[in-house]
Design a protein around this ligand. Structure first.
Ligand code: 5GP
Length: 186
């Protein structure tokens, strides 16, 4: 029988570079399973349904909540996001390391249900964050402002995380992330 896999949660403000770090991680380590979340937010240019997210209608999402299909779910920047329980459980049973890239509210819910989960917070300096969000240019100024304000409360919640990675320099942050995963999965 496989040894049960390790559950990792990665959170941090939008624009802090979580997605890029995680993408590189799953590229170099094929044994890691990245959970694909469900969301009610609109699909962005370049995103693929079923790859970046499962893009669901609000009704469909609410049905899944009612049926208890999510291990966690939360409202982030006025849209719903959730993690499918069954796929995460199957990957853990297969002995895989599983990564959930979710917000701080979701991380709290998962930690309550699975206290052994390892929580990693990725952050960057506020100046760098503003510059990156502007540079991304997929969002309006109003949305950028909401995200910046939200990032403040996210950073406050980071006190409950096991690790905090500063991502002003990508290569250094990536090395740190790899070392944490290696150490924690034993
Ligand atoms: P974005 O819409 O920019 O892809 O993501 C916005 C925020 O939602 C990010 O902070 C991301 O970590 C969070 N998020 C993505 N998927 C989930 C999920 O399944 N659950 C929760 N709680 N947050 C999520």
């Amino acid at each position: 029988m496989n040894k049960r896999g390790r559950l990792f949660i990665i959170s941090g403000p939008s624009g802090a570079g979580k997605t890029t770090l995680v993408s590189k991680l799953i590229e170099v380590d094929k044994s890691i399973y990245l959970s694909t979340s469900s969301t009610t937010r609109a699909i962005r240019v370049g995103e693929i349904n079923g790859v970046h997210y499962h893009f669901l209608s609000k009704e469909f999402f609410e049905n899944k909540v009612k049926n208890g299909e999510f291990i966690e779910y939360a409202n982030v920047h006025e849209n719903w996001y959730g993690t499918q329980k069954s796929t995460v459980e199957t990957a853990l049973e297969e002995g895989k390391s599983v990564i959930l890239e979710i917000d701080v509210q979701g991380a709290k819910q998962v930690k309550e249900k699975c206290p052994e989960a390892c929580l990693i917070f990725v952050t960057i300096s506020l100046e760098e964050l503003k510059a990156r969000l502007k540079h991304r240019a997929t969002d309006s100024d109003e949305i950028i402002l909401t995200r910046l304000l939200n990032s403040k409360s996210e950073v406050e919640a980071s006190a409950e995380y096991d690790y905090i990675i500063e991502n002003d320099i990508f290569d250094a942050a990536f090395e740190e992330l790899e070392a944490i995963i290696e150490r924690e999965r034993g």
